[in-house]
Design a protein around this ligand. Structure first.
Ligand code: MLT
Length: 410
C-alpha cells in the first residue's frame, strides 16, 4: 500500500487560476453566444509577442544545436555562465552580486515553491495576506502548516495583514519569525514598498535571524525612481535575503519559462546542531540533483533581454502594459471605485462596491460585462471585498474593458 502525502488533503480548493478557468469555461459552455466576447483580465499572463531580439537569439541557439560542432547536451544545472553573468552585470549592476550568486531556473513559481526543500521543519513562516497563493500552498504541501480555518487561513502560518490603511505593506510583526515572504511590486495588490519600509524589514531580519524570501518578479514595472527594484539596494540585505526574479513578465516568457534566484554567499541558515550553513551551498546541491537546467535556447533568449536591442524592446512592452494599467485605473476611478496599485505594477487592485463580495464581483463581471477578473479573496481572507484586474492585454481589449466597466458598474 502506498501512502500519500496527507498534507495535500489540507489544501482548501483547486489552485486559484485553474479554478477561475473552470468557472469561465462553464460559463462559456452555457452561453456559447457570449464566448467570443469574453476578455480575460484574470491571470497575469502576457499577451504581446516575444521581443525580436529574444526570438533571434533563440533561433540562433536552435541552429547551433542542429550542428555537430556547436551542439550542446546537458548544461550546467545552475545555469550557463553567459546568462548568470548577464544577469549580474545588468540586473544587479553596482549591487555587488556576482554571477556565481545567480541560479537560473524555469521560472519563479517553481523556485518559490522548491526553495522549501532546503529549510527544516518547525520554522515560523510569515506571509502577507492577500498573497500570491503559491507561497501558502507549497508550505501546506510540505507539512509546514496545520489545517485551514473557515476563512482559509492555515494554522501555523503567521499572516501579515495588508490593507488600504497600511498601503498594502504589512507592519513589522511583534513576534519573531524565521522566514518571511515579501513580494514587491506586489502581486496581487500592485502596491510597491519604499526604501524605508524595506530597510525596516531587513533590520528586523538581521535582528531576529530571519530569512527574507523576496519575490521581485515585477520589478521591471516600477516607474518611480525612488522605489527600490531589488532588496539588495537595502543595506544589510545581502546577509538575510534571497531574491526571486523572472523573465516572464518583462521579456514575455510566461510560456517560454525562465527565472532565477539570487543567493549571496552570506545568507545562512542554522543546522540542528547549531552550525551556520550557507543557503547557497544547499541550493546548489539541491539543484544538481533535482534539475538539469533551463534549456539552452531559452537561456540564450533570456540573455538577449539584456542586449541593447532587447532592452529597448522590453521597455516597449513595459510601456504598453503600464499604459493599459493607467487606462484601467482611470476607468475604475471614473465610475467611483477605490483603486490601488497599477502605478508601479501591472495589477490594478479595486475595492468592490459596498457590500459586494469578491466572488459576487467576479460573477457580475463575467456574466454582465463578459470580463474575467480575479476575486481578491482568492489571494487570502484580507483580499475579500477587492478584485484584481490584470493589465496584461492588448490595448484594444483594455479599451473595451474600460467601456464595459463604465457601462456595467457606473
Ligand atoms: C498571477 O496572475 O498572479 C500570475 O500570473 C501568477 C504567476 O505568475 O504564476
Amino acid at each position: 500500500m502506498a501512502s500519500i502525502n496527507d498534507n495535500f488533503l489540507k489544501l482548501k480548493a483547486g489552485y486559484l487560476f485553474p479554478e477561475i478557468g473552470r468557472r469561465v469555461a462553464a460559463y462559456a459552455e452555457a452561453n456559447p453566444d457570449k464566448a467570443s466576447q469574453l476578455i480575460r483580465c484574470g491571470i497575469g499572463d502576457v499577451t504581446e509577442p516575444l521581443p525580436l531580439a529574444v526570438r533571434e537569439a533563440m533561433h540562433k541557439a536552435v541552429d547551433e544545436l542542429g550542428c555537430r560542432d556547436t551542439f550542446r547536451g546537458y548544461g550546467p544545472e545552475q545555469g550557463y555562465d553567459f546568462l548568470r553573468k548577464a544577469v549580474a552585470d545588468n540586473a544587479y549592476a553596482g549591487l555587488d552580486i556576482s554571477a556565481d550568486d545567480i541560479f537560473v531556473s524555469d521560472g519563479s513559481k517553481c523556485d518559490t515553491g522548491n526553495i522549501l526543500d532546503i529549510f527544516g521543519k518547525g520554522n515560523t513562516i510569515a506571509i502577507t495576506d492577500p498573497v500570491y497563493p503559491v507561497y501558502v500552498d507549497t508550505n501546506v504541501m510540505i507539512g509546514n502548516t496545520g489545517d485551514a480555518d473557515e476563512s482559509g487561513r492555515y494554522e501555523g502560518l503567521v499572516y501579515l495583514e495588508c490593507n488600504a490603511e497600511n498601503n498594502f505593506v504589512p507592519a513589522i510583526p511583534e513576534e519573531k519569525v524565521d522566514i518571511v515572504y515579501l513580494c514587491y511590486p506586489n502581486n496581487p495588490t500592485g502596491a510597491s514598498a519604499t526604501r524605508e519600509q524595506l530597510q525596516a524589514w531587513v533590520d528586523y531580519a538581521l535582528k531576529n535571524d530571519t530569512i527574507i524570501l523576496y519575490d521581485a518578479a515585477y520589478e521591471a514595472f516600477i516607474q518611480d525612481p525612488d522605489v527600490p527594484k531589488s532588496i539588495y539596494e537595502i543595506e544589510g540585505a545581502k546577509n538575510c535575503a534571497l531574491e526571486f526574479r523572472s523573465f516572464s513578465k518583462n521579456g514575455g516568457f510566461t510560456g517560454v519559462r525562465c527565472g532565477y534566484i539570487v543567493i549571496p554567499e552570506t545568507v545562512t541558515g542554522t543546522s540542528s546542531t547549531g552550525e551556520k550553513v550557507a543557503i547557497k551551498k544547499l541550493w546548489s546541491r539541491r539543484t544538481s540533483t533535482k534539475f538539469n537546467g533551463a534549456s539552452y535556447p531559452v537561456q540564450r533568449g533570456a540573455e538577449a533581454v539584456y542586449s541593447e536591442e532587447g532592452k529597448k524592446q522590453v521597455q516597449e512592452l513595459i510601456t504598453h502594459y503600464m499604459g493599459n494599467a493607467k487606462l484601467l485605473r482611470e476607468a475604475c476611478t471614473e465610475i467611483g471605485l477605490k483603486v490601488f496599485g497599477g502605478e508601479n505594477a501591472p495589477y490594478v487592485w479595486v475595492a468592490c462596491p459596498e457590500g459586494v463580495t469578491s466572488w459576487d464581483m467576479f460573477d457580475k463581471m463575467l456574466e454582465e460585462a463578459n470580463v474575467v477578473i480575479t476575486p481578491g479573496s482568492g489571494f487570502g481572507a484580507a483580499g475579500e471585498g477587492y478584485f484584481r484586474i490584470s493589465a496584461f492585454n492588448s490595448r484594444e481589449n483594455v479599451e473595451e474593458v474600460c467601456r464595459r466597466l463604465k457601462t456595467h458598474l457606473a
